[in-house]
Design a protein around this ligand. Structure first.
Ligand SMILES: [Zn+2]
Length: 455
C-alpha cells in the first residue's frame, strides 16, 4: 500500500501539471481547492450517528479477542499495529506526526507521550513529535524504532534521526543523529528491516561536491546503512544492492531478504549475505504488489499482485488481481479465490480479509483525476483453509467511506474519509476518525484518534 500511495501522489501531481497547461480558469479553482483540502482536518463537530445509521451505536465498550495473530507481520508499512493489548497508530498533533494507542481492554485512547503534564507542543518540549514510521523490535512487543524529522534552523533543512521507543517504560532515546560526519548528513531516512541485532535503513547522502565558477555542485545517492542495536555504531552496506538500482530491499524472514524491482515488476530474494539472487515471481510492469504479509508460524509469505489499471495508474485495460502464497523455499502458488480482481488483503490466522475491484465514480477531483473508490466500499473475507467462498463482512453503503482498515478478532477498524463537493469538484478527505465495527453484532463505536480521546 505504502509504495502505491507514493506512486499515486506522483500521478496526482503529474495530472495537476497537465491540468494547469490546458485550462487556466479551472486551474485557479482547482489550485484553491487543493490548498483548502490539504490544510484542513475535521476533528470535531461531526455527527457520528448519521454516518453509519444502519449499525447500532455501541453503548458500552466490549472487549473480546478471538484471533491472536501476533505471528503475522504486515510488511507494507501498516497504519495500525496490534501489540500486547494495544493498537498503535500514527496520529497528528497540530499537523506534526506522532503516535497514539488504544488500550484494547478499556477502549481508551492515549498519546504515546507518557507525561501527563506535557502539552505536546514543540515549545513545551514534547519529545514525541515529528515521528514517523514504526518498526517493532524482534525482542519486545513494547519496543519500536522510529524516524524523527525536524527542521534545522541553522541549515534551513530537515534533519532526521532514529529513535528507540519503549512504549511501556515510556522512554525515547536517539540511537543515530543522522550525521555521518560534521558535514555529511544523511537525509530521508527509511527504516527497512532488522536482522542479527542490526537495523537496516536507507538514506540519501552526499556522494561528491565540487566548486565550478564559485557554485558548489553536490551529487547525492541513495545508500543502504545499518546501525548496531547495542553499540549504535553506524556502517555503510557496500554491495550490489546498496542503492535502488537493483530493486528495493524491505523485508527479511531471517533466511532470505526480499526485494521488489518495481520497474520491471519482479519479486526476488537473496540470502542473508545479499548473495545468490533468486527470482520469486515475475509479474511485469503493468502490475504492482499491494499487500505483503509474513506468517512466522507457517513460514509463508502472502502477497497481492494486481493490475495498475484497477487503481487508475495505467491506461492499459487489465482487470486482474490475485493473492499468492510463497513457501519457505520460495515456491509460489496462486490462491483459488472467489474473485480474480483482488485489490489488497489482510492476513489473520483464521481469515483473509480482502477488497475487490468494483469501482464507484463520484466525479472529478481538483487534481484532474476521477474521484473514485476502486473497492466499491466493501470488505470480504474467506477462511484461510477454504478459499472458495467469500463472505461480505462490511458494506459502507456509499456513506462510510474508508482509506485503510484493520481487523483484530471480531472488530474491524476503518479510517473514515469524507466525501466533499465543492464548485463542481469531488474530493475525499482524511478525517482522523476511526470507526470500530463489531462484525458479530453489527455495532459501531467511533474514535476521534487525532485528539487522543475516545468519542
Ligand atoms: Zn508530549
Amino acid at each position: 500500500m505504502h509504495q502505491n500511495k507514493y506512486v499515486f501522489i506522483t500521478l496526482l501531481l503529474i495530472c495537476a501539471i497537465i491540468l494547469s497547461c490546458s485550462c487556466e480558469d479551472k486551474k485557479v479553482t482547482a489550485d484553491g481547492l487543493i490548498d483548502k483540502y490539504s490544510n484542513e482536518t475535521i476533528t470535531s463537530g461531526q455527527n457520528y450517528a448519521d454516518i453509519a445509521d444502519w449499525l447500532t451505536p455501541e453503548e458500552q465498550y466490549s472487549y473480546r479477542t478471538t484471533d491472536n495473530s501476533d505471528n503475522i507481520a504486515d510488511i507494507y508499512n501498516p497504519i495500525f499495529f496490534v501489540k500486547s493489548d494495544r493498537i498503535y497508530y500514527e496520529t497528528r498533533i497540530d499537523n506534526l506526526m506522532s503516535f497514539s494507542y488504544i488500550a484494547l481492554k478499556t477502549g481508551e485512547s492515549f498519546s504515546l507521550c507518557p507525561d501527563p503534564l506535557c502539552d505536546h507542543t514543540p515549545e513545551g518540549g514534547c519529545k514525541y513529535l515529528s515521528l514517523h514510521q514504526m518498526m517493532f523490535s524482534k525482542e519486545s512487543d513494547d519496543v519500536f524504532y522510529s524516524v524523527k524529522t525536524t527542521l534545522d534552523e541553522e541549515l534551513k533543512a530537515p534533519v532526521s534521526s532514529i529513535c528507540r521507543i519503549d512504549a511501556k517504560k515510556g522512554t525515547i532515546n536517539e540511537i543515530f543523529n543522522g550525521y555521518l560526519s560534521e558535514i555529511n548528513i544523511l537525509r530521508m531516512l527509511t527504516l527497512r528491516l532488522t536482522d542479527n541485532n542490526r537495523l537496516y535503513f536507507t538514506a540519501i547522502r552526499e556522494k561528491s561536491s565540487k566548486v565550478t565558477d564559485g557554485i558548489i555542485e553536490r551529487e547525492y545517492e541513495e545508500t543502504l546503512m545499518s546501525v548496531n542495536l547495542t553499540t549504535y555504531e553506524v556502517s555503510i552496506v557496500d554491495n550490489k544492492y546498496k542503492n535502488k538500482e537493483h530493486g528495493e530491499y524491505f523485508f527479511t524472514d531471517g533466511k532470505y531478504i526480499y526485494f521488489i524491482d518495481a520497474i520491471v515488476g519482479r519479486l526476488f530474494a537473496t540470502d542473508m549475505n545479499f548473495e545468490n539472487e533468486t527470482t520469486v515471481l515475475e509479474y511485469g510492469n503493468e502490475y504492482t504488489i499491494s499487500s505483503f504479509y509474513y506468517d512466522a508460524d507457517t513460514s509463508e509469505t502472502y502477497i497481492c499482485v494486481h493490475s495498475r489499471y484497477m487503481m487508475g495508474w495505467s491506461e492499459t485495460e487489465i482487470e486482474d488481481g490475485n493473492i499468492y502464497c510463497i513457501d519457505k523455499n520460495l515456491n509460489y502458488s496462486k490462491l483459488d479465490m472467489p474473485s480474480d480482481k483482488i485489490l489488497e488483503f489482510q492476513l489473520t490466522n483464521e481469515y483473509i480479509y480482502y477488497t475487490v475491484y468494483d469501482p464507484v465514480f463520484y466525479g472529478e477531483t481538483p487534481y484532474g483525476v476521477p474521484c473514485m473508490r476502486a473497492n466499491g466500499n466493501k470488505i470480504y473475507r474467506i477462511q484461510r483453509g477454504d478459499t472458495a467462498e467469500g463472505e461480505l463482512v462490511f458494506d459502507g453503503r456509499e456513506k462510510l467511506h474508508f482509506r485503510d482498515y484493520m481487523v483484530t478478532g471480531d472488530f474491524l477498524y476503518i479510517n473514515y474519509v469524507k466525501l466533499f463537493e465543492d464548485q463542481g469538484f469531488k474530493v475525499f478527505r482524511i478525517t482522523g476518525l476511526t470507526a470500530r465495527v463489531d462484525m458479530e453484532n453489527d455495532a459501531v463505536k467511533w474514535f476521534n484518534l487525532n485528539n487522543g480521546s475516545g468519542t
